[in-house]
Design a protein around this ligand. Structure first.
Ligand SMILES: NC(=O)C1=CN([C@@H]2O[C@H](COP(=O)(O)OP(=O)(O)OC[C@H]3O[C@@H](n4cnc5c(N)ncnc54)[C@H](OP(=O)(O)O)[C@@H]3O)[C@@H](O)[C@H]2O)[C@H](O)CC1
Ligand SMILES: [K+]
Length: 513
């Protein structure tokens, strides 16, 4: 699913109005109608248990004077028509109200309920603590950080304990970069009813306090426009991940699915090799060999009889390169440490490898100490840093938005894929595009999760997936397996082995997406 800028969404809006064709006011009615449907279904769960009777529910709709405010007014009318209690406030953020806002206000006026006009501080009401506040002050038309009376109202809304439901966007939030935006001037939304496509800023960690659950409402923007418009950012949905999965031929054999090499583990960190190798075996590779210091070999054998083992010359860590000619995919890094001979062996691996590499953990830390090696990585290699590793690679600590920009830059410059891990992991391609992941949960913030991801990507690469598909499908399936594992665990108790146990179900679940 494409993620478009506010500007492009406005173009989609205009294209739809012209080519569907539909009057802009009718598109607003359609959008607000979907918001009503969502609220109607969700309201019983949104109000506190103490207010279980519908007659006691209050919807407090706070509107700006643009089309976002217009959506709010139409929604208010629909709520009133269905017998719900409403309070409607209009914040005079501009003295040039939009045409559709004015038309919607006129229609609302035909009901009898009066509207609270907010023009100055003294007009701002005390918002209740147990209502649903509908935030319709600003949407995609925000053109500068919130200021004046609009900002004052936003700050007052944020003081209320009521559930906040934002129409299209939390008011005050920009669609992409919010680095120069004061979080105090942005509604801290619990639910966002966003139209057609999500906005990039919903997925950035710096906006966590303002972005609650995101619900995408399909308002029927014109499919031709959505199909033909170029997009840098994409949100990876289940059906898109499912399309990447390959069907296995009846007459295929283990040779069809390639031979993967995992280079992982060192003294005290043999578990990293176990997790990466297990995940690799469970992700489609025909054969998996793990190259490991002799002292770790028994642990691996006992954990996985299916695995083949290649002994390193050093007993305790990765120090020499095996013959690479047997392998279709190579994953390196989990738990390998940074000994001098490990650094030398990694350099040799980067020089000698003829297949794309998957680099994780200490392999990335070594790369960060030797950034000139980046240009020598086999084209299509995949780097899987977490934010700490990425800031070492990037040379400075960056906001999430800045990290994604930097991630794109490094991918394009070096012809590699970078999978920046975290809530909403992002995968950058050599052509500048970025995929944002839609699976995963906070229980996955624990040791070993990255090792399993390395194994999954390497397994898919061995099984002849192209780097783009291997990285994207692995990112999705890894999160999905984490989500499935959570059904029998809690966010506190989830560990990487639970995720591996659910890989089978995660791959299978794709056929239902
Ligand atoms: N695109 C769609 O598919 C649909 C969108 N709908 C809804 O429309 C909004 C976008 O509406 P728009 O009128 O373009 O913009 P907004 O309502 O978000 O805001 C514009 C008004 O806000 C003023 N403004 C902007 N920034 C500030 C600020 N920092 N402080 C004060 N005032 C601000 C601006 O005033 P100017 O002074 O700049 O003129 C405007 O008055 C979209 O989000 C959807 O909710 C449709 O209804 C359905 C289809
Ligand atoms: K809004």
């Amino acid at each position: 699913m494409k993620i478009l800028s506010a500007e492009k969404i406005r173009e989609a809006d205009a294209y739809t109005i012209k080519h569907e064709p539909i009057k802009s006011i009718d598109l607003m009615e359609r959008a607000a109608g979907l918001c009503f449907d969502w609220l109607y279904a969700a309201a019983p769960k949104l109000f506190p248990d103490s207010i279980s009777e519908e007659k006691d529910w209050v919807f407090y709709i706070v509107c700006g004077t643009g089309n976002n405010g217009g959506d709010g007014l139409v929604l208010a009318r629909l709520l009133q028509r269905n017998g719900y209690n409403t309070e409607v406030a209009v914040v005079h953020v501009s003295d040039k109200p939009s045409k559709d806002f004015t038309a919607s206000l006129d229609k609302l006026g035909k009901g009898k309920k009066s509207v609270i006009e907010i023009k100055k501080t003294a007009d701002i009401p005390d918002f209740p603590d147990n209502a649903i506040i509908i935030d319709a002050i600003f949407g995609t038309g925000l053109n500068r950080p919130s200021e004046g009376i609009g900002r004052e109202v936003i700050e007052k809304i944020n003081q209320s304990k009521s559930t906040k439901v934002s129409i299209d966007m939390p008011s005050g939030l920009f669609d992409c970069d919010n680095a120069k935006n004061d979080p105090k001037g942005i509604v801290r939304s619990n639910h966002i009813l966003t139209f057609q496509l999500p906005k990039l800023s919903f997925f950035l960690s710096e906006n966590e306090a303002m972005v609650g659950a995101v619900h995408i409402l399909d308002i029927g923007l014109h499919p031709d426009f959505l199909k033909n418009i170029d997009a840098t950012f994409h949100y990876l949905t289940g059906s898109e991940a499912a399309e990447m999965r390959k069907v296995r031929g009846t007459y295929s054999h283990k040779g069809t699915y390639g031979h993967a090499l995992i280079i992982a583990g060192a003294e005290g960190k043999w578990g990293a090799a176990v997790l990466a190798s297990k995940a690799c075996l469970r992700s489609g590779a025909g054969l998996v060999t793990t190259h490991i210091g002799t002292q770790g070999a028994d642990i691996l054998h006992n954990a996985m009889p299916e695995l083949m083992i290649q002994h390193d010359k050093a007993g305790t860590h990765f120090s020499n390169l095996p013959d690479l000619s047997d392998y279709d995919a190579i994953g390196v890094g989990p738990g390998i440490g940074k000994s001098d001979d490990t650094v030398r062996a990694l350099k040799l691996l980067i020089q000698e490898a003829k297949v794309p590499l998957v680099l994780d953990a200490d392999a990335l830390n070594i790369l960060a100490d030797n950034l000139t090696w980046m240009a020598f990585l086999p084209k299509g290699s995949i780097l899987t840093p977490h934010p700490g590793e990425f800031s070492r690679l990037a040379g400075s600590k960056l906001s999430h938005f800045e990290s994604i920009e930097k991630q794109r830059e490094i991918s394009q410059k070096n012809g590699i894929y970078i999978l920046l891990k975290g809530a909403n992991s992002s995968l950058s391609f050599p052509d500048g595009r970025v995929l944002i992941n839609s699976t995963g949960n906070p229980g996955m913030a624990s040791g070993g999760m990255g090792d399993t991801l390395t194994g999954i990507i390497t397994g898919l690469l061995a099984a002849q997936y192209k780097p783009l598909e291997a990285a994207a499908l692995a990112m999705f399936v890894h999160g999905r397996a984490g989500d499935l594992a959570l059904k029998n665990q809690s966010v506190e108790s989830l560990v990487a082995s639970d995720l591996i146990d659910n890989l089978g179900k995660a791959f299978e679940s794709l056929s239902h997406d």
